[in-house]
Design a protein around this ligand. Structure first.
Ligand SMILES: Cc1ncc(COP(=O)(O)O)c(C=O)c1O
Length: 336
């Protein structure tokens, strides 16, 4: 079986865990410092997950209204908005990049809209500079959901949220997350909120575990190499599948968290590849604006169409050139 992910635990990790407390401590501080350097951002706050990073950001920025976001993302994005007592409003995606469309977002800014939460889907940066301008011109806060985009530099919004869940480009062998920001006051507030807050504020238990910080920091050393491997695999796929299926948009700063193709025969192709010993995944089976929990707000035609056709192929760094040969050979055979 060619697996979608490689999730082995390295035995050397056992030898480097030395903090007795197991929550917070020096290892978290070190990871924060290194991650801030890596992202070229002033401050980094280690937290317990990507979802917690989003929740703390919403609370720290005092968002009390509607938040614009994309319908093509993991459900944690809009659910963190809802869990904070806000309403997610969905804006359609672009036809080519599958990221949120700034024009459609501009059209939705009205009334109670307080913030925007764009996502860098599958590691492809969205139009974040345009979105920042849009936010600034309309007095909105901007929280970047960078949970799939490790390798992306700078924090363009008020803050950026990262997940180190085991399937990510940078993982910590468990749950873990980070918030990056250039705003010191905001960073201090976030540190307070991750530990329940104080007499004036309502916080969370959002602390990062020591063991996950040690592992995350250790894996940070390999991120560049791993991202380069992903890029190489993506280039192979792009060449070999040219003209066979609809290919993903590519740009130099894409970190290839997923390699996703589109075809009208998606379900049959998935089944066929599985029988040939190749795992694939559907990210995502339904556009989030169609989930009943979100009260069906927003018509997002591009998103609905995308979700009918998308299929993600294995792209973790241990996929070999031979694996790609096998996968693409079977895809071509399926269409012949
Ligand atoms: C786009 C996006 N946002 C938020 C999250 C939530 O992160 P976590 O699973 O670490 O809570 C994820 C990850 O799974 C994600 O892919």
């Amino acid at each position: 079986m060619i697996r979608m992910y490689d999730m082995h635990i390295d035995k050397r990790i056992n030898n480097i865990i030395q903090d007795d407390l197991m929550v917070g401590g020096k290892a978290v501080e070190t990871f924060e410092k290194k991650y801030a350097e890596y992202t070229e951002t002033k401050y980094a706050i280690g937290v317990s997950s990507g979802t917690m990073a989003l929740s703390i950001s919403l609370r720290a920025l005092e968002i009390y209204g509607d938040v614009l976001t994309t319908p093509v993302t993991f459900q944690a994005t809009p659910k963190s908005i809802m869990n904070n007592g806000n309403r997610p409003i969905f804006c359609d995606i672009q036809k080519d990049t599958w990221n949120i469309d700034p024009i459609k977002m501009g059209e939705k800014i009205a009334g109670r809209v307080n913030a925007i939460m764009p996502v860098h889907l599958f590691g492809l940066p969205c139009d974040r500079w345009i979105l920042k301008e849009l936010a600034e011109n309309n007095g909105l806060k901007m929280i970047e959901d960078s949970c799939q985009a490790h390798g992306l530099k700078k924090t363009v919004g008020d803050c950026s949220c990262w997940s180190f869940y085991p399937t990510k480009n940078l993982d910590c062998n468990g749950n873990g997350g980070m918030i990056t920001t250039d705003n010191k006051e905001l960073a201090d507030k976030m540190r307070l909120l991750r530990q329940h807050g104080d007499e004036h504020t309502l916080g969370f238990n959002g602390r990062m575990n020591t063991v996950n910080a040690v592992i995350g920091n250790w894996k940070l050393m390999n991120i560049q190499y791993n991202n380069n491997m992903r890029k190489r695999i993506a280039q192979e796929y792009l060449e070999k599948l040219n003209g066979v299926v609809t290919l993903p948009y590519h740009s130099n700063d894409h970190v290839w968290h997923q390699f996703t193709i589109r075809t009208k025969n998606r379900n049959k192709l998935k089944e066929y590849l599985y029988k040939k010993g190749i795992e694939t995944a559907i990210y995502y089976p339904k556009a989030l604006n169609t989930y009943p929990i979100f009260k069906a707000n927003g018509i997002c035609t591009n998103a609905v169409e995308y979700c009918r056709e998308c299929l993600s192929l294995p792209i973790h760094p241990k996929i070999t050139i031979e694996d790609i040969e096998t996968i693409t050979k079977h895809i071509k055979k399926f269409f012949n």
